[in-house]
Design a protein around this ligand. Structure first.
Ligand code: G16
Length: 544
C-alpha cells in the first residue's frame, strides 16, 4: 500500500509554502490550491472510517457562500455531524506534510497512535456542489481512497445537507435508527412526506419566490417540488437565480444587477435585484450549497425587511414551545436555543424574556452550535446568517410518537410535533427543509411575513468584511465576543463602543475567508453603521 500512496500523492501535490488549516467548515480557499488537500482528506477520512469500525464517513466538496473561484473540502462524521474536533487537528497535520514521504510517515504514525488497523475495511461517501473545480477535487479524493483500498461512493452533485443526510442514511440503513432511504430520491420523499403531515391539511397562502444563489440548491429544490403535492399543500414556488451552467454567477456577492444569495442579502441587507422583487411578495434566499436561508419582503411603506436566522430561530422555538405545552410535555422536555455573538440582541432578549427559554452562546460554526443544541431535548440553533436547524433527542421523538393523548388537542399537538421532528433535517442546517418548516409554521399561525416581523424589533446592526494583512493575528475569546490578540485591540473597541447607546460590537477572524468580520449593533441605523466602520478601522490598523 505504501508504494500506491506515494505514487498517487505525487500526482496530487499540495502547494509549497501554503499553510492549510481546517477552519469553520473544513479547508476552504482558492480551488487551485486544493487538489493536494482533497487527496490528503481522502487519506484522513479513510482512517476515520476505520477508527469507527468501518462506518461511512462523508466528504463534501463545496465552498458554499464563497465566490465561484474558491472551493472547499469538509469531513462529515457517521451520523451526519461535523468532524469531531480532535480530528480537525489530525487533518491539518496530514494536509501540511511537506513531502509525499513525510505524508506517508505521518499517515502511518497517526494510524499507530490512534490504534487503527489500516488494512481493516473503510468506507467514504462524497458529493460536490456545482463549481467546475469540484470534478478535479473529487478525482484527487478518489485517488487517495483507491490507494488505501477504501470503499467509496460518489453521489455527484448534491447540496451540503443532502450529503449529510446520505451519510447518516448509509450508517443507519436497516437498523431501528434508520434515517431514511440512502438516495437522493429518498431525501425528497422523506421531507416531502413530513411536510404534508406537518401541515395537517392547512394550505399555504400566496406564492413564495426562492432565490437559489445560482447554486446547487436551484436544481435540487426543483426536484423536491416535483415530489411535493401542490394541490394538497397549496405550495406555490417560483424558483429564481437557478442558473448553474454559468459558474461565474454563483452567489455573486458584489452589489450589482445580478447579486444574489443568502450571504449577499444578509450582509448587504438588500434583496437580490434580479428578478426585481415584487412589493409584498414572500421571498427567501439560499446560499451556494443550500445550507442557509434568509426570508424577506419589500414593503411598499418601509421597503426591504429581512427575517434572518435569529427570526427563524425564535419562530421555530415559539411554535415548538407552544406545541410542547399543548401536548402536556412542558415539564418533561427541555427546550433551549443556541446562538452566536452575531445574534441580534433583541432576539436574545425576546427568546429569554418573552418565550422564557434558555439561550446559550457559542463560537461561530455549526459544529459548536449543533453540539450545544444536543444538550437539550429540543435544541433550536441558528446562526444569524441563516444556518441552522432544530435537533430533537431520540427520547423526545419517542414521546411524540408513543405518549397516550388525553384530549383531541393533545393528539393534534403530538402528531404535529412528530411530523415537525421528521421535517427538520437532524444532521445539519438545511435551507430546503428549514424553508418547509417556516412555511408550515406560517400556515399554522395564519401569518404573513409582516405578522412574523411584528414579534419584536431588531436593533439596527451592520456586518462588515475587513481585508487585513494577516487575519490569524486576531484571536477571539468569550464565545468570540472579545479579542485576546493583537494586544490592545479590544481596549480600543471597548473605548469606541462606550460612546454609543445600547451598542455592542465585536471583531473576529473568518474561518472560511481570508478576512476579518466586524459586527455592530446600536440604537439607530446611522449609529450602527458608524460604529461598525470605526471598529473596522481599528481592525485594519491592528491587522496591517
Ligand atoms: C460556514 C459555517 C457557518 C459559518 C460560516 C461563516 O458556512 O458552516 O457555521 O457561520 O461558514 O463562517 P466564518 O465567519 O468563520 O467565515 P457556509 O455556509 O459558508 O458553509
Amino acid at each position: 500500500m505504501d508504494g500506491k500512496i506515494l505514487a498517487a500523492s505525487a500526482k496530487h501535490p499540495i502547494v509549497a509554502g501554503q499553510v492549510y488549516k481546517y477552519g469553520t467548515a473544513g479547508f476552504r480557499m482558492r480551488a487551485d490550491l486544493l487538489p493536494g488537500v482533497s487527496f490528503r482528506v481522502g487519506l484522513l477520512s479513510g482512517l476515520r472510517s476505520r477508527k469507527l469500525n468501518g462506518q461511512a464517513i462523508g466528504v463534501m466538496i463545496t465552498a458554499s457562500h464563497n465566490p465561484a473561484a474558491d472551493n472547499g473540502v469538509k469531513i462529515v462524521d457517521p451520523m451526519g455531524e461535523m468532524l469531531e474536533q480532535e480530528w480537525e487537528a489530525y487533518a491539518t497535520r496530514l494536509v501540511n506534510c511537506p513531502s509525499d514521504q513525510d505524508l506517508l510517515e505521518t499517515y502511518k504514525t497517526l494510524a499507530a497512535q490512534l490504534k487503527i488497523d489500516v488494512a481493516a475495511p473503510g468506507r467514504v461517501v462524497y458529493g460536490r456542489d456545482t463549481r467546475p473545480s469540484g470534478h478535479g477535487l473529487v478525482a484527487a479524493l478518489a485517488a487517495a481512497l483507491d490507494a488505501t483500498n477504501t470503499e467509496h461512493t460518489d453521489y455527484r452533485i448534491l447540496t451540503t445537507p443532502q450529503l449529510h443526510y446520505l451519510t447518516r442514511c448509509v450508517n443507519t440503513e436497516g437498523t431501528p435508527k434508520s434515517y431514511g432511504q440512502t438516495s437522493e430520491a429518498g431525501y425528497y420523499q422523506k421531507f416531502s412526506d413530513a411536510f404534508v403531515r406537518a401541515l395537517r391539511g392547512k394550505k399555504i397562502q400566496g406564492q413564495l419566490t426562492v432565490d437559489c444563489a445560482n447554486g446547487v440548491g436551484g436544481p435540487k429544490l426543483s426536484e423536491m417540488l416535483k415530489v411535493i403535492p401542490k394541490d394538497a399543500t397549496g405550495f406555490d414556488v417560483k424558483v429564481v437565480n437557478d442558473d448553474v451552467l454559468r459558474p461565474e454567477v454563483l452567489n455573486l456577492e458584489a452589489s450589482g444587477p445580478v447579486a444574489c444569495g443568502a450571504d449577499f442579502v444578509k450582509t448587504k441587507q438588500r434583496a437580490p435585484q434580479n428578478p426585481k422583487p415584487v412589493p409584498g411578495a414572500r421571498c427567501c434566499s439560499f446560499d451556494g450549497d443550500a445550507d442557509r436561508l434568509i426570508y424577506y419582503w419589500i414593503d411598499p411603506d418601509t421597503r426591504f425587511f429581512m427575517l434572518d436566522g435569529d427570526r427563524i430561530s425564535s419562530l421555530a422555538a415559539s411554535f415548538i414551545g407552544d406545541l410542547v405545552y399543548s401536548a402536556g410535555l412542558k415539564d418533561d422536555l427541555r427546550i433551549g436555543v443556541v446562538q452566536t455573538a452575531y445574534a441580534n440582541g433583541a432576539s436574545t432578549n425576546y427568546i429569554g424574556t418573552h418565550l422564557q427559554l434558555p439561550v446559550v452562546c457559542t463560537p461561530t460554526g455549526v459544529k459548536h452550535l449543533h453540539h450545544a443544541a444536543c444538550q437539550f431535548d429540543v435544541g433550536v440553533y441558528f446562526e444569524a446568517n441563516g444556518h441552522g436547524t432544530v435537533v430533537f433527542s431520540q427520547e423526545a421523538m419517542r414521546i411524540f410518537r408513543e405518549k397516550e393523548p388525553q384530549s383531541p388537542a393533545q393528539k393534534d399537538a403530538l402528531e404535529t410535533l412528530a411530523a415537525v421532528g421528521d421535517l427538520i433535517n437532524q444532521t445539519v442546517g438545511d435551507a430546503i427543509t428549514d424553508m418547509l418548516m417556516v412555511e408550515v409554521i406560517l400556515a399554522h399561525k395564519g401569518w404573513t411575513l409582516k405578522d412574523w416581523a411584528m414579534t419584536y424589533t431588531d436593533l439596527p446592526n451592520r456586518l462588515v468584511r475587513v481585508e487585513v494583512g494577516n487575519k490569524d493575528l486576531f484571536q477571539a475569546t468569550d464565545a468570540e465576543r472579545r479579542l485576546s490578540h493583537p494586544p490592545g485591540t479590544q481596549d480600543e473597541i471597548d473605548h469606541v463602543v462606550r460612546k454609543y447607546t445600547s451598542a455592542r460590537s465585536f471583531a473576529r477572524a473568518s474561518g472560511t475567508e481570508n478576512a476579518c468580520r466586524v459586527y455592530a449593533e446600536a440604537a439607530t441605523r446611522s449609529e450602527a453603521d458608524e460604529l461598525a466602520n470605526k471598529v473596522a478601522q481599528i481592525v485594519r490598523q491592528f491587522g496591517s
